[in-house]
Write a protein that binds this ligand. Structure first.
Ligand code: H76
Length: 468
């Protein structure tokens, strides 16, 4: 009898262990929603897929060198790496005159590269603002340049049909009220003042540049932010009050337990996952996400002396494709020189990417995760809510046969090269296994094959249920 009661308890408790969901915490400052945003603004953001990131500020003037010394670290961090005093760093302002910053020319270059949206550093960690802000003197108004560079940028890019998102650093090396941690009452008062000041700046940005589509916050990893998750919630709410369509990455947010990006229940806080810096997931993702990538290993602001590996156009193209293939966006960073001009390496790279995007962009824009088993030759994308699937081939097999396993009942109705000439021959090699035979020749560039699939499932016109 005893044994049976004991085993009953054992079985019951084991069962409840398996059946019970993870305990959900009651959160006041967690995720605003569980589902993906489906509104027009977010759909547009998602369909953009490829963008340009521009990192520009006072650090662009020293360009990785200080007092004759070379600093190998990220050039935009030079105040920190070269231990530059506030007064000395401030003195860069006297030499900040980016007369070669050609916003219309840059916008044209970005459009030709295939960028549908752009991100620019309005205020980096150093606290310097590239717009005339009524809340600080540490801004572009107080440099020989004087003009509003941010306005030039957003106007020029919008004119080329490119959406603009603002990078804004929460961390601020310049503001006296910024705190890394909250250790006492005075820290907490100072940090509150800082947050109010920052909120004013965000409001100023949204009011003065009303076409801004979103905010890309950075520098939110310190204890001060983690201990004040409610502040990040308030800022998000404030932005939504000003513009309900505004888009914000997950990096802004922390909940009341200090969990960042994803709240203590595992739900994303913000409209897209913003943690993909210089890396890509290369796996199926449940949430919207965006990758930001540098051209050299780790330089965002202008560094006059790039060392180590510099990405080729083919590598970057593979990352653009690899992002779209897993339902994400990709942003390539540019660091204009102190005078505002764009270095030759970046001009050339943009041109090469643009040539490819011009021919093959059809497989990037408005495309999503195809929900097909990826193969070693490259990546699949699917035109949103259709049976049109694209294959981007980066590794051509020596026998020139591209193989794929498709879900049960799914067939390849047609296959054709998007831009290169020649025929693609379809072979149904086995159940659910298709081989595409392509002409036996040398392929010098990654190329795209467009497929029309049909579903064996009469219930659905799609080969798989469309996902948003
Ligand atoms: C760390 C850090 C910053 N976040 C990247 C987007 C760069 O701005 C880099 O300096």
């Amino acid at each position: 009898m005893r044994i049976s009661i004991l085993s009953f308890i054992l079985i019951a408790s084991t069962l409840s262990l398996f059946s019970q969901e993870k305990p959900q915490k009651q959160l006041k400052y967690g995720a605003q929603r569980i589902e993906k945003r489906t509104d027009k603004a977010m759909q547009k953001w998602r369909s953009n897929r490829f963008g340009q990131f521009v990192t520009f500020g006072l650090f662009s003037v020293p360009g990785g060198h200080w007092e004759g010394k070379y600093y190998p670290g990220a050039a935009e961090w030079i105040k920190s790496s070269a231990k530059i005093s506030d007064v000395d760093y401030d003195s860069i302002r006297a030499n900040f005159n980016p007369t070669e910053f050609d916003a219309p020319g840059m916008a044209k270059m970005a459009r030709k590269m295939g960028a549908k949206y752009a991100l620019i550093t309005t205020k980096f960690h150093d606290g310097f603002c590239i717009w005339p802000s009524k809340y600080t003197d540490f801004d572009i108004e107080n440099t020989p340049y004087q003009k509003d560079l941010l306005k030039e940028f957003i106007d020029a890019y919008n004119k080329e049909g490119i959406d603009v998102v603002f990078y804004y650093s929460v961390l601020d090396w310049h503001h006296p009220d910024w705190r890394y941690d909250i250790k006492n009452k005075s820290d907490s008062l100072a940090f509150k003042r800082y947050w109010d000041w920052m909120t004013n700046q965000v409001e100023e940005l949204m009011t003065n540049y009303p076409t801004v589509k979103g905010f890309w916050y950075d520098g939110t990893w310190d204890a001060s932010v983690k201990k004040n998750g409610n502040y990040t919630w308030d800022l998000m709410k404030k932005m939504q009050e000003i513009n309900p369509r505004i888009i914000s990455g997950s990096r802004l947010r922390a909940d009341e337990y200090g969990a960042r990006h994803f709240d203590s229940n595992g739900n994303m806080m913000g409209d897209y996952e913003q943690g993909w810096e210089r890396k890509l997931p290369y796996k199926r993702m449940e949430n919207d996400w965006e990758c930001v990538m540098t051209v050299p290993e780790n330089q965002w602001g202008y560094h006059s002396d790039w060392r180590g590996h510099v990405k080729t156009s083919t590598e970057v193209i593979e990352m653009i494709v690899g992002s779209a293939a897993y339902g994400g966006n990709f942003m390539l960073n540019f660091g204009p020189k102190g005078d505002g001009s764009i270095r030759n390496e970046e001009v050339e790279l943009a041109r090469k990417i643009g040539n490819w995007m011009d021919e093959n962009g059809e497989m990037i824009y408005d495309c999503e995760y195809a929900d097909l088993e990826m193969q070693k030759w490259g990546y699949f994308t699917r035109k949103k809510n259709t049976n049109t699937v694209y294959m981007a081939v980066f590794n051509v097999p020596v026998d020139k046969v591209l193989k794929m396993n498709l879900p049960k009942g799914v067939k390849v109705d047609s296959a054709e090269f998007l831009t290169v000439s020649g025929d693609v021959e379809i072979e149904e090699a086995a159940k659910n296994e298709f081989y595409l035979h392509i002409p036996k020749r040398k392929y010098r560039e990654p190329f795209v094959i467009k497929l029309e699939l049909s579903s064996g499932n009469r219930e659905s016109m799609f080969y798989v249920a469309p996902r948003i």
